[in-house]
Design a protein around this ligand. Structure first.
Ligand code: SF4
Length: 372
C-alpha cells in the first residue's frame, strides 16, 4: 500500500532528455550506461534493450571516436529509449552525434578547447534542443584545481563544475544538468550539497566507481540515499562493476526504499528463523525472479510465521503469514478464507499476484472510462 514520501524535493528547473523530463516535478529518472564496445552495434543495441526492459528511463553510451559516432547513428535508429552520448574533448564527435539524433550530450565545455569550438557545440545543442550534462569526476579534475586544492575536496569539485556552468551561462545556454561524482561517499555527498546551493539546474546523482554488485549497491544506497532524503537529485545512475541491468534494479530499489518512486513489486520479507513454517528465502528469491517483468507497484509481504506475518500483511497489498501446512493469505490487509498450501507457495503466490495486478489494471480502466 503505497505511502507518500515525506521528502521535500529541492526546486530545480526542468530539461528534456528526449521525451523524458528531468528536474522540476518530474519523477526522478533512473539511468544506466552500456559497457559494450559502441562500435559493436548489435551487442550495444541488445544491451540498451535489456537496460530498457529493466525499467531505465535513459541510457548513456560512450562515443570515444568518430567510428563510434558512426555506430551511434545505427544504434539510435534501432532503439527507442533516450540516449546520452558520453564524449570527452573532441567537439567534432559531439556535432556528429547531434546530427544523428542524440538526446543529451555529456561533455564538459571547459575541456573542449577553443572558444569557437565550444560555441559550435553549444549553438548546435541549442538549435537541436539537446541538453548537456556537465559531468565532474573527482578522479579527473583540471590540473590547476588539483594544484590549488592538493586533493579532491567538495570545494574543488564544485569549482570545477562552476567553471563549466559559467561557460554555458556566458553563452546563454541553460538546458543542462550537472553531476559532481566521487567514489568517496562523503566527498560526493558534500559536493552535491554545495552545488545544490549554487545552481537551479537539475542534478544528476552518482557515486562513481562504487565497486562490485554488493559493495557498490551499499555505497550507492548510502550516498544517494543521504542526498535524496535531503531532497537533492533529479536523475541518478548507480555505477557498479556489474551488469548494467543490476544498476537499474539498485537505482529503483533506492527510490522505492525512500518511497520516492515505485516500480514493480516491493517485497517485504522476514530473514526467517527456526519458527518459519515454509522456506522464506527460496520463496522470495523465486518470486523475485518470476515477477521481474511486473512494473505495477505493489507491496507483497512474505513472512515466515505469525509473529510478524499478520501485522505486515495488514499494511501490504498482498500478504502471506506462515502457518502450519497452510499459510494465511491477505489481500489489501484483509484475511482471506483461502489458505495457501505451503508445498506450492511460489506457484500459488505468483498466480494470485498476477490476478491482483490484472484486477487493479481493470479497475483503473473502468475509472478512466467513467471519466470519459
Ligand atoms: S517472522 Fe517468524 S519466521 Fe520470520 S524471522 Fe520473525 S519469528 Fe522468524
Amino acid at each position: 500500500m503505497h505511502q507518500e514520501s515525506p521528502i521535500q524535493r529541492r526546486k530545480s528547473t526542468q530539461i528534456m532528455v528526449g521525451n523524458v523530463p528531468v528536474g522540476g516535478d518530474a519523477p526522478i529518472s533512473v539511468q544506466s550506461m552500456t559497457n559494450t564496445r559502441t562500435t559493436d552495434v548489435e551487442a550495444t543495441v541488445a544491451q540498451i534493450q535489456a537496460i530498457e526492459r529493466a525499467g531505465a528511463d535513459i541510457v548513456r553510451v560512450s562515443v570515444p571516436t568518430m567510428e563510434a559516432a558512426e555506430a551511434f547513428r545505427l544504434i539510435k535508429q534501432q532503439t527507442n529509449i533516450p540516449l546520452v552520448a558520453d564524449i570527452h574533448f573532441d567537439y567534432r564527435i559531439a556535432l556528429k552525434v547531434a546530427e544523428y539524433g542524440v538526446d543529451c550530450l555529456r561533455i564538459n565545455p571547459g575541456n573542449i578547447g577553443h572558444e569557437d569550438r565550444i560555441r559550435a557545440v553549444v549553438d548546435c545543442a541549442r538549435d537541436k534542443n539537446i541538453p548537456i550534462r556537465i559531468g565532474v569526476n573527482a578522479g579527473s579534475l583540471e590540473r590547476e584545481i588539483q594544484e590549488k586544492y592538493g586533493e579532491p575536496t567538495p570545494a574543488a569539485l564544485v569549482e570545477s563544475a562552476m567553471r563549466h556552468v559559467d561557460i554555458l551561462d556566458r553563452l546563454n545556454f541553460d538546458q543542462f544538468k550537472v553531476s559532481v561524482k566521487a567514489s568517496d561517499v562523503f566527498l560526493a555527498v558534500e559536493s552535491y550539497r554545495q552545488l545544490a546551493q549554487q545552481i537551479v539546474q537539475p542534478l544528476h546523482l552518482g557515486i562513481t566507481e562504487a565497486g562490485g554488485a554488493r559493495a557498490g549497491a551499499v555505497k550507492s544506497a548510502i550516498g544517494l540515499g543521504m542526498l535524496l532524503s535531503e531532497g537533492i537529485g533529479d536523475t541518478l545512475r548507480v555505477s557498479l562493476a556489474a551488469d548494467p541491468v543490476e544498476e537499474v534494479k539498485v537505482g529503483f530499489d533506492i527510490l522505492k526504499s525512500l518511497r520516492i518512486r515505485a516500480r514493480g513489486i516491493n517485497f517485504i520479507a522476514c530473514p526467517s528463523c527456526s519458527r518459519q513454517e515454509f522456506d522464506v528465502i527460496n520463496t522470495v528469491n523465486a518470486l523475485e525472479q518470476r515477477l521481474e517483468d511486473v512494473i505495477t507497484p505493489m507491496d507483497v509481504s512474505i513472512i515466515g510465521c505469525v509473529v510478524n506475518g499478520p501485522g505486515e500483511a495488514l499494511v501490504s497489498d498482498l500478504g502471506l503469514a506462515g502457518s502450519n501446512r497452510k499459510s494465511g493469505f491477505y489481500i489489501d490487509g484483509k484475511r482471506q478464507k483461502e489458505r495457501l498450501d505451503n508445498t506450492d507457495l511460489v506457484n500459488l503466490l505468483e498466480t494470485r499476484i498476477r490476478q491482483q495486478i490484472a484486477m487493479r489494471a481493470q479497475r483503473i480502466d473502468v475509472k478512466e472510462t467513467d471519466v470519459e
